[in-house]
Design a protein around this ligand. Structure first.
Ligand code: ITT
Ligand code: MG
Length: 196
Protein backbone atom coordinates (compact mmCIF):
# COMPACT_ATOMS: atom_id res chain seq x y z
CA UNK A 1 0.00 0.00 0.00
CA UNK A 2 1.31 3.47 -0.84
CA UNK A 3 0.81 5.62 2.22
CA UNK A 4 0.99 9.39 1.97
CA UNK A 5 4.05 9.17 4.24
CA UNK A 6 6.04 7.14 1.76
CA UNK A 7 9.49 8.47 0.96
CA UNK A 8 11.62 7.37 -1.96
CA UNK A 9 15.30 6.86 -1.32
CA UNK A 10 17.07 8.21 -4.39
CA UNK A 11 20.01 5.81 -4.47
CA UNK A 12 20.98 2.62 -6.27
CA UNK A 13 23.97 1.93 -4.05
CA UNK A 14 23.31 -1.27 -2.06
CA UNK A 15 25.84 -0.29 0.64
CA UNK A 16 24.15 3.05 1.26
CA UNK A 17 20.67 1.50 1.20
CA UNK A 18 21.70 -0.97 3.90
CA UNK A 19 23.05 1.80 6.13
CA UNK A 20 19.93 3.89 5.58
CA UNK A 21 17.56 1.09 6.47
CA UNK A 22 18.60 1.11 10.12
CA UNK A 23 19.26 4.86 10.28
CA UNK A 24 15.82 5.69 8.92
CA UNK A 25 13.95 3.38 11.27
CA UNK A 26 13.45 6.43 13.52
CA UNK A 27 11.57 8.62 11.03
CA UNK A 28 7.90 8.59 10.38
CA UNK A 29 8.02 7.55 6.71
CA UNK A 30 7.79 4.28 4.91
CA UNK A 31 11.11 4.32 3.05
CA UNK A 32 11.37 2.64 -0.34
CA UNK A 33 14.40 2.59 -2.64
CA UNK A 34 13.96 4.15 -6.07
CA UNK A 35 14.71 0.78 -7.68
CA UNK A 36 11.24 -0.38 -6.56
CA UNK A 37 9.80 2.31 -8.82
CA UNK A 38 12.16 1.58 -11.72
CA UNK A 39 13.73 5.03 -11.40
CA UNK A 40 16.86 5.03 -13.58
CA UNK A 41 20.10 6.54 -12.27
CA UNK A 42 20.09 10.36 -12.36
CA UNK A 43 22.82 12.40 -14.04
CA UNK A 44 25.36 13.70 -11.52
CA UNK A 45 27.24 16.29 -13.58
CA UNK A 46 27.94 18.90 -10.92
CA UNK A 47 31.10 20.01 -9.12
CA UNK A 48 29.52 20.01 -5.66
CA UNK A 49 28.00 17.25 -3.56
CA UNK A 50 24.98 19.37 -2.72
CA UNK A 51 24.10 20.06 -6.35
CA UNK A 52 24.38 16.37 -7.23
CA UNK A 53 22.28 15.33 -4.23
CA UNK A 54 19.61 17.87 -5.13
CA UNK A 55 19.56 16.62 -8.73
CA UNK A 56 19.13 13.02 -7.54
CA UNK A 57 16.36 13.92 -5.09
CA UNK A 58 14.42 15.99 -7.66
CA UNK A 59 14.80 13.26 -10.28
CA UNK A 60 13.36 10.57 -7.99
CA UNK A 61 10.57 12.85 -6.76
CA UNK A 62 9.64 13.81 -10.31
CA UNK A 63 9.44 10.21 -11.50
CA UNK A 64 7.55 8.85 -8.49
CA UNK A 65 5.42 11.78 -7.33
CA UNK A 66 6.74 11.11 -3.80
CA UNK A 67 8.96 13.00 -1.36
CA UNK A 68 12.56 11.96 -1.93
CA UNK A 69 15.81 11.72 -0.02
CA UNK A 70 19.16 11.62 -1.82
CA UNK A 71 22.72 11.11 -0.63
CA UNK A 72 25.76 12.39 -2.46
CA UNK A 73 28.98 11.42 -0.83
CA UNK A 74 32.59 10.58 -1.43
CA UNK A 75 36.09 10.39 -0.10
CA UNK A 76 38.25 13.53 -0.30
CA UNK A 77 42.01 13.11 -0.05
CA UNK A 78 43.96 16.15 1.05
CA UNK A 79 47.20 15.42 -0.85
CA UNK A 80 45.12 14.96 -4.02
CA UNK A 81 43.40 18.33 -3.73
CA UNK A 82 40.16 16.74 -2.53
CA UNK A 83 39.99 14.01 -5.21
CA UNK A 84 38.23 11.67 -5.82
CA UNK A 85 35.51 13.88 -4.21
CA UNK A 86 32.33 14.07 -6.27
CA UNK A 87 33.86 11.56 -8.69
CA UNK A 88 34.36 8.89 -6.01
CA UNK A 89 31.90 6.38 -7.47
CA UNK A 90 33.56 6.52 -10.91
CA UNK A 91 37.14 7.45 -10.02
CA UNK A 92 38.61 4.68 -12.20
CA UNK A 93 35.98 5.14 -14.95
CA UNK A 94 33.01 3.09 -16.13
CA UNK A 95 31.62 0.65 -15.22
CA UNK A 96 31.77 1.60 -11.53
CA UNK A 97 34.12 -0.68 -9.58
CA UNK A 98 35.10 -0.40 -5.93
CA UNK A 99 38.17 -2.59 -6.57
CA UNK A 100 39.39 -0.42 -9.47
CA UNK A 101 38.66 2.80 -7.58
CA UNK A 102 40.66 1.62 -4.59
CA UNK A 103 43.54 0.46 -6.77
CA UNK A 104 43.68 3.86 -8.43
CA UNK A 105 43.46 5.74 -5.13
CA UNK A 106 46.32 3.79 -3.57
CA UNK A 107 48.48 4.31 -6.70
CA UNK A 108 47.78 8.06 -6.88
CA UNK A 109 48.58 8.48 -3.23
CA UNK A 110 51.77 6.38 -3.21
CA UNK A 111 54.15 9.33 -3.85
CA UNK A 112 52.57 11.42 -1.08
CA UNK A 113 53.49 11.38 2.60
CA UNK A 114 50.22 12.98 3.71
CA UNK A 115 47.61 10.19 3.68
CA UNK A 116 44.89 12.17 5.43
CA UNK A 117 41.39 12.06 3.98
CA UNK A 118 37.79 12.47 4.93
CA UNK A 119 34.44 11.08 3.92
CA UNK A 120 31.79 13.68 3.22
CA UNK A 121 28.05 13.18 2.83
CA UNK A 122 25.27 15.56 1.88
CA UNK A 123 21.66 14.55 2.25
CA UNK A 124 18.89 16.40 0.48
CA UNK A 125 15.19 15.89 1.19
CA UNK A 126 12.54 17.32 -1.13
CA UNK A 127 8.82 17.22 -0.42
CA UNK A 128 8.15 17.22 -4.17
CA UNK A 129 10.19 17.63 -7.36
CA UNK A 130 9.96 21.44 -7.45
CA UNK A 131 10.29 22.01 -3.71
CA UNK A 132 11.82 25.51 -3.33
CA UNK A 133 13.05 24.72 0.21
CA UNK A 134 14.94 21.44 0.16
CA UNK A 135 16.09 20.23 3.57
CA UNK A 136 19.88 19.79 3.55
CA UNK A 137 22.28 18.26 6.08
CA UNK A 138 25.87 17.12 5.90
CA UNK A 139 28.51 15.15 7.78
CA UNK A 140 32.26 14.66 7.67
CA UNK A 141 34.42 11.75 8.92
CA UNK A 142 38.21 12.14 9.09
CA UNK A 143 40.66 9.29 8.52
CA UNK A 144 43.75 8.22 6.59
CA UNK A 145 44.14 6.07 3.49
CA UNK A 146 46.18 2.88 3.89
CA UNK A 147 47.60 0.80 1.06
CA UNK A 148 46.49 -2.70 2.10
CA UNK A 149 42.79 -3.47 2.64
CA UNK A 150 41.50 -4.47 6.08
CA UNK A 151 38.05 -5.73 7.02
CA UNK A 152 35.03 -7.12 5.22
CA UNK A 153 32.24 -4.75 6.28
CA UNK A 154 30.95 -1.55 4.70
CA UNK A 155 31.42 -0.81 1.00
CA UNK A 156 33.38 1.39 -1.39
CA UNK A 157 36.62 2.73 0.06
CA UNK A 158 35.97 1.39 3.58
CA UNK A 159 38.74 -1.28 3.67
CA UNK A 160 41.32 1.44 2.92
CA UNK A 161 39.87 4.13 5.21
CA UNK A 162 41.58 3.91 8.61
CA UNK A 163 40.34 5.66 11.72
CA UNK A 164 43.58 6.18 13.66
CA UNK A 165 41.80 6.79 16.96
CA UNK A 166 40.01 3.44 16.82
CA UNK A 167 42.88 1.64 15.06
CA UNK A 168 40.36 0.12 12.64
CA UNK A 169 39.29 0.68 9.06
CA UNK A 170 35.68 1.58 8.32
CA UNK A 171 35.30 -1.99 7.01
CA UNK A 172 36.27 -3.36 10.44
CA UNK A 173 33.42 -1.54 12.20
CA UNK A 174 30.06 -3.26 12.66
CA UNK A 175 27.23 -1.62 10.73
CA UNK A 176 25.94 -0.06 13.95
CA UNK A 177 29.39 1.25 14.95
CA UNK A 178 29.90 2.81 11.53
CA UNK A 179 26.47 4.47 11.55
CA UNK A 180 27.14 5.90 15.01
CA UNK A 181 30.07 8.02 13.81
CA UNK A 182 30.19 8.04 10.00
CA UNK A 183 29.63 11.01 7.70
CA UNK A 184 26.29 9.45 6.69
CA UNK A 185 25.21 8.83 10.26
CA UNK A 186 26.06 12.41 11.24
CA UNK A 187 24.22 13.83 8.23
CA UNK A 188 21.16 11.71 8.82
CA UNK A 189 20.86 12.61 12.49
CA UNK A 190 21.12 16.30 11.55
CA UNK A 191 18.49 15.86 8.85
CA UNK A 192 16.09 14.06 11.17
CA UNK A 193 16.35 16.96 13.62
CA UNK A 194 15.39 19.36 10.83
CA UNK A 195 12.41 17.24 9.76
CA UNK A 196 10.91 17.09 13.25
O1 ITT B 1 24.35 7.97 -6.58
P1 ITT B 1 23.84 6.76 -5.82
O2 ITT B 1 22.84 5.97 -6.58
O3 ITT B 1 23.38 7.09 -4.44
O4 ITT B 1 25.08 5.74 -5.61
P2 ITT B 1 26.62 6.06 -5.86
O5 ITT B 1 27.43 4.92 -5.38
O6 ITT B 1 26.83 6.51 -7.29
O7 ITT B 1 26.85 7.26 -4.86
P3 ITT B 1 27.57 8.66 -5.08
O8 ITT B 1 27.32 9.17 -6.45
O9 ITT B 1 27.14 9.52 -3.91
O10 ITT B 1 29.09 8.30 -4.93
C1 ITT B 1 29.56 8.00 -3.64
C2 ITT B 1 30.79 7.12 -3.70
O11 ITT B 1 31.67 7.52 -2.63
C3 ITT B 1 32.13 6.41 -1.93
N1 ITT B 1 31.52 6.41 -0.58
C4 ITT B 1 30.57 7.23 -0.08
N2 ITT B 1 30.25 6.90 1.17
C5 ITT B 1 31.01 5.84 1.49
C6 ITT B 1 31.12 5.04 2.63
O12 ITT B 1 30.37 5.21 3.71
N3 ITT B 1 32.01 4.03 2.61
C7 ITT B 1 32.76 3.81 1.52
N4 ITT B 1 32.70 4.50 0.38
C8 ITT B 1 31.83 5.52 0.36
C9 ITT B 1 31.69 5.17 -2.72
O13 ITT B 1 32.68 4.88 -3.67
C10 ITT B 1 30.45 5.66 -3.43
O14 ITT B 1 30.19 4.95 -4.64
MG1 MG C 1 26.06 8.26 -7.93
Amino acid sequence: MLMSRTLVLASNNAGKLKEFSSLLAQIDFEVRPQGEFDVPEAEEPYLTFVENALAKARHAARLTGLPALADDSGVCVNALGGAPGVLSARYAGEPKSDAENNRKLVAELAPHADKSAYYYCVLVFVRHADDPQPVIADGRWNGVIIDEPRGAGGFGYDPYFLLPEQGKTAAEFSAAEKNAISHRGQALRALVEKLR
